[in-house]
Design a protein around this ligand. Structure first.
Ligand SMILES: [Zn+2]
Length: 417
């Protein structure tokens, strides 16, 4: 499947060295020789490697949850060949030195490509802009204060102007913190029943609305991280209908779960933004289908049992997402909601476009960044089966259907079952 060409059929993919040299029915038939390696992918999907615009690898500072090496191994196992780590490490990735250190650690680890998203403001504290020119030179592809929302409209405007100057995408964590003070989960029937502080949809929607105004005024590349509310979907749809170049991502958990998952105070389902209601989930699915939402990002957020095996209000938000992503998302195909090609597009071709990254295509001449998926293989998500250093997911112990059996980066195997 190659969404960049709208191709979904049976074909051979020929790789020479680091690149794809030929794709087509019987393209490999006449290629023989001692040094030719044949990978039989019968019954499997051969797709462009996935690209995740939103992961948390916790290095520097909290390597007991995940580090760049373990994060990249988890990414490879999930079929991801490029990942964008968010800057909310300790310290925050707000300088050239930290961006360069992350890039160097990724090179040493090998595996998927790492494209950091650096902080938009120093310490992500929302006050002073970072040196975006330096950050870009060091390898950052975007800026964000993820984990926090850039609340000050004046600083946000200047951040967008600055990001545009250096051709960086601005990814916003849309949350009006004044509206979410004390929030533990989505504000609704379930939060009332559980007696937990609510995170109203409005807190997301007002920031998306404000940012769309600022993004239009500055012509910046504005991207909404982890959309979760139907109101945000409406605002995005309206903006796109007027031709605005805004983009957006949605997580696998917001596409598949609702706030009902929190009944029983399951801290594995505590995420930010929170799991919302059925009508939000349906709006997100529809938006992904019709292109209002561009792509899927996992928001892979590893935490140890210290942060999760505790009372609900003390638990940190977030769940791991790289390794189970395709298994969970295949349900959308099995339910007939997405075509296989659209699912692969929102995992590879579309995110490449949003962040202007290489990849997301199986065209001849492209780097051989490829995932091979067996859509029917079953596996049990047990701690021992994960490459991630953390196991915080509500799927723990469940048997899932569909798994990545091989991942190649630059033609080299970075994951194989
Ligand atoms: Zn966030």
């Amino acid at each position: 499947m190659d969404p960049s060409r709208g191709f979904d059929g049976t074909a051979d993919v020929v790789i020479e060295g680091k690149r794809i040299s030929c794709v087509g029915p019987d393209a490999a038939r006449s290629i023989t020789g001692e040094r030719v390696r044949v990978i039989d992918a019968t019954g499997c999907w051969v797709v462009p490697g996935f690209i995740d615009l939103h992961v948390h690898f916790r290095e520097p500072g909290q390597e007991y949850k995940e580090d760049i090496e373990s994060g990249l191994r988890a990414a490879a196992a999930g079929g991801f060949t490029s990942v964008c780590p968010m800057p909310n490490t300790r310290p925050v990735n707000d300088t050239r030195a930290i961006t360069e250190m992350m890039m160097a650690r990724a090179r040493a680890a090998g595996g998927p490509r790492l494209y950091p998203i650096a902080a938009a403001t120093i310490g992500s504290s929302g006050k002073l802009l970072t040196e975006m020119s330096d950050l870009r030179e060091a390898g950052a592809v975007g800026v964000s204060d993820d984990g926090h929302c850039l609340m000050n409209a004046g600083v946000m405007r200047r951040a967008l102007e600055y990001a545009r100057t250096f051709d960086l995408v601005f990814s916003q964590h849309c949350e009006d913190h004044d509206l979410t003070a004390g929030a533990q989960m989505h504000e609704g029937e379930v939060s009332t029943r559980l007696g937990l502080g609510g995170w109203p949809r409005a807190a997301e929607d007002v920031i998306v609305a404000r940012d769309l105004v600022l993004a239009e005024a500055t012509s910046a590349r504005y991207h909404v991280a982890h959309v979760s509310s139907l109101g945000a979907v409406r605002l995005l749809r309206e903006a796109k209908s007027r031709g605005m170049a805004v983009t957006a991502e949605v997580t696998p958990h917001h596409l598949t779960l609702t706030h009902d998952a929190l009944l029983g105070y399951n801290t594995a389902c505590k995420v930010n933004p929170p799991l919302r209601e059925l009508e939000d989930r349906e709006a997100l699915r529809q938006a992904l289908k019709d292109g209002t939402i561009d792509c899927i990002a996992t928001d892979h957020a590893p935490h140890s049992s210290l942060e999760k095996d505790c009372e609900f209000e003390a638990a940190s938000p977030g769940m791991i997402g790289l390794e189970p992503a395709i298994s969970v998302l295949l349900d959308l195909v099995r339910e007939g909601f997405l075509t296989p090609l659209r699912l692969i597009e929102v995992m590879s071709t579309a995110p490449a476009k949003v962040a202007r990254l290489p990849g997301g295509s199986l065209r001849e001449g492209e780097a051989a960044d490829i995932a091979v998926i067996d859509p029917n293989r079953t596996w049990t998500l047990a701690p021992g089966a994960l490459r991630s250093r953390s196991t915080n997911t509500p799927l723990l112990g469940q048997t899932l259907r569909g798994q990545v059996v091989l991942t190649l980066v630059d033609g080299a195997t970075v994951h194989a079952l």
